[in-house]
Write a protein of this length. Sequence first.
Lengths: 598, 578
Amino acid sequence: MRKLLVYLKGYKKETVFAPLFKMLEATFELFVPLVMAAIIDRGIGQADTGYVLKMGGILVALGLIGLLCSITAQYFAAKAAVGFSTGLKHALFDHIQHLSFTEIDTLGTSTLITRMTSDVNQVQNGVNMVLRLFLRSPFIVFGAMVMAFTIDVKAALIFAVTIPLLAVVVFGIMALTMPMYKKVQAGLDAVLSATRENLTGARVIRAFHKEEEEIGRFEEKNEFLTHLQLVVGKISALTNPVTYIIINAATIFLLYTGAVRVDNGSITQGEVVALVNYMSQILVELIKLANLIITITKALACANRIEAVFEVKSSMEWQTGMAGEAFRQMDQTAVVSMVSGADGLPEKERLAVEFDHVHLTYGGAGAESLSDIHIRVPKGQTVGIIGGTGSGKSSLVNMIPRFYDATAGTVRVDGRDVKSYGMEELRQKVGIVLQKAVLFRGTIRDNLLWGNGAATDEELWEALRLAQAKEFVETKEGRLDAPVAQEGRNFSGGQRQRLTIARALVAKPEILILDDSASALDYATDAALRRALKELPGETTVFIVSQRASSIQHADQIIVLEDGEMAGYGTHEELLADCEVYQEIYYSQFEKQSAVQN
Amino acid sequence: MGQKETFRRVLHYIRKYWLYLAASIVMASVTVALTLYFPILTGRVIDLVVGAGQVDFEGVFAILGQMAVIAGATGAAQWIMNICNNKMTYCIVQDIRNEAFRRIEILPLKYIDAHSYGEVVSRVIADVDQFADGLLMGFTQFFTGVITILGTLGFMLSVNVAVTGVVVLVTPLSFFVAGFIAKKTFTMFHLQSETRGEQTALIEEMVGNQKVVQAFSHEDEALNQFDEINGRLQACSLRAIFFSSLTNPSTRFVNNLVYAGVAVVGAVYAVHGGISVGQLSCFLSYANQYTKPFNEISGVVTELQNALACAARIFSLIEEEPQTPEPENAQTLKCVEGRVELSHVDFSYVPDKKLITDLNLAVKPGQRVAIVGPTGCGKTTVINLLMRFYDVDSGKICVDGADIREVTRKSLRENYGMVLQETWLKAGTIRDNIVMGRPDATEEEVIAAAKASHAHSFIKRLSKGYDTVIGEDGGSLSQGQKQLLCITRVMLCLPPMLILDEATSSIDTRTEIRIQKAFATMMQGRTSFIVAHRLSTIREADVILVMKDGNIIEQGNHETLLKKKGFYAGLYESQFAV
């Protein structure tokens, strides 16, 4: 929790004023008995009705001032708590966005979502309550003890024993239940992921008529959650009764001590009454405090879960803008000094992408996903990557925009180690269309502008045309402004793929990677797409990952992957001549077809 | 749903736990009665302690003993009451979640496709949680509050009717204030709830697709969008929280008015000798006792407002129209032959945008039907209709002569084996996922199916083989591996009819050819529907349906369609174009 408190920083004034005004209100409350005493002593004693009315007026005035103080306190508390959670959510969202792919793979999204929503709400509630009540209660508790001491030191010692005892009970229960609340939240996570799973997998679950079984699974998890909640509830429900018993036991001792002290003439009967009143005032405050403790315990447990997310640091470090800049200059001078190549240009400068004996092992995985990848791609070339399922094609291209870091070896873009780039700088150069075609809620235009926020409509249409999406976007009502549902569910798989390709094209990247992103396109569209990519202006380097031999056979160079290793590297003709794996792939797709054609 | 209606629904859930409710009320009464009795005993002790040398120790001890017993009993009663309240709250929440989940399982896919997952999840999780908080607070404080009010009222009446009158006349003001604030804040809480839902949906979208966000360096824009909603949420949360927190100070102010009223009226009475000073001070302390629960109750009322707003959202999910229920005399399709007929089928997702019109098709048992056509022509829609994920608007679909709307969904779907392009795996082990359709399958059968689908070799290489736990949505498996698992799942069941919607789109062609061989054996004598883009996959089908804009424009086998030199021939030739 402590680390999260920085988000209260902007609300210093509010966090001070809220409890302060609460205390003011409490102080005014303490005046009321004095006024009442005056009414009894003077008003009734001297039969002065006028005085009674005047004092009644003062009581009302005290109430009014208390009301104003209290409203002020509530406002400041609400403002600080809501501001706190707003800042916290902002920071959390920002933090999650800067985690690398490795962390996202391991954390999983549904737990991140609960932490950002329900956990933050609990913490907000806790902060609000603490600001409102947490200072007021100790203030009254200790105030009452101080008053008791002014009456009779010996009797007041009972207060001095009772209060620490209460503290032990209250904080003991809190310490006991805290870890249990964490378990409750984990149980809630399980219920949440079951719910999510059943929404995302509705079709498959129904196709396998698993509804009943899923209900059973859900109810089991739900039952477990309820069980946990009941166990924690049983313990935290002790707080109130135990404090009640302690206080009343103290009252009994107080009466006994009082009786003895009165008997030997140390204090008066009236003073015993006052002492008992102070004790019951403590009780009232403690009941409020006990309810508050439950809220706080929950809030603390949630705060810890949020902190845990903050503690996950990205395993990838990026050069900041300046450092990247410096690196580039250094690299360039280094490059200039090692001029090579017949045309006088530094050889490295002409390479768009270079893999220098690259190995990749994913975190937690046993085997290498890529071994000793060594390729050199000059600018402007088209590279085809083909290979079996799980052969490492995606892993290979994912390393170009540095989604994952090489375990050994170096990946260079434009002659520079990808690690020397700033994140934005690198990702502006490299446009990647991922396997899973995802669109975001909004309009077609909103989605395309992801590539380049400043793109004109003409540029958008051009990208759509290249991606073979122009035709269907034109028929959509609203065209560029046609709505897109979450995940792009209102588009077919092929339409989604073409829109994601267009999105990448809008950015006009120097290196464009299509990671099996035309798989849902029919052959005619796929072919048209490849023709269009050929017309891309200038030196755009294109990587095409595909299962289809036809998609990559005309590439300048083709990389054949098998089980993470390069099984072949060359042009279509070369590979067809001497690469067994490539032959097998190619003929699996073309042999029979040519037979049919003949 | 109005507030009253929502409240009525809540009561309906409580009814099941009336025993706990009764116990809670009894224990609350005991607690309150004993709590009110305790000060009386205290007063008696004080009366026995008059002054120096005038203390009746014997009497004091007797009463102190009673007090000890009462304090203990109060504590016990309170604990039992708390436990009853917990039990009620958490069980009701459990019931509601179960019911919501059951409803999700029978909601039409139309609903699921049209709502963001985050929004639905937030209803089942966050809203129910908020509701539980409110309910618990309601139970714990409402009854004790009400009983305290009644108890003190009775006592006060027994002392002096006129002064009690003052108390009773002024207190309704407290209710009025609380009610006014509650009404005002209900809409604010509703807005807060809605904005929160919106935020959850955005979080789900951006965090769920974090990889795309990062690939486009879109983090800043996403954060801006988040901040915009966050800002709105901040504003409406502040309003909701602040205005609802006014209840407490306002009612406390009313209480202070009551106190002042009693003081003045009581003092004036005392001046005229109507009551004694002792009675007045007693009155004041009870007036305090009497008004304090009003604070609590009004606090509870605000919390309940919030809870009801959340409950309304949950109930609207629970009351969402489910898929058309099966007719009572629904037949069960036994092992079908596989005769499928579509006659005059019309269908559209949105009423004013026609998709499929007058679709007719007769498939003989064992035929292989391939559906081809440009993207968006309605191929997947046909699958949706065959599986009865969606119902036809008009016309009918028959399997073995029975209208599929007149047979049970379970038996219809049991007869189909389906592999979709969108792979979905549940969190669990690889084996759990494979045996989805046949939980009783033996280890040998599982491995045989995995071998047939060529998934065995990669499963073998995983750290724990078939017992490897995969996360939500397949976790670290590649798209192709996930698809292989989905195929294995169907291979294991071997239902009489098959639907393959781009089933091998993410699998390399070498493996695909091998799988196709397995499929070919599998499809022997089985009616099958295949959607694919790779024409090589569909060339061997018995019937090829060429679809465009929701209609079948060509129909026939590969050779006849090629000779026709129509749309299909064009598609086929384009495969070899560069």
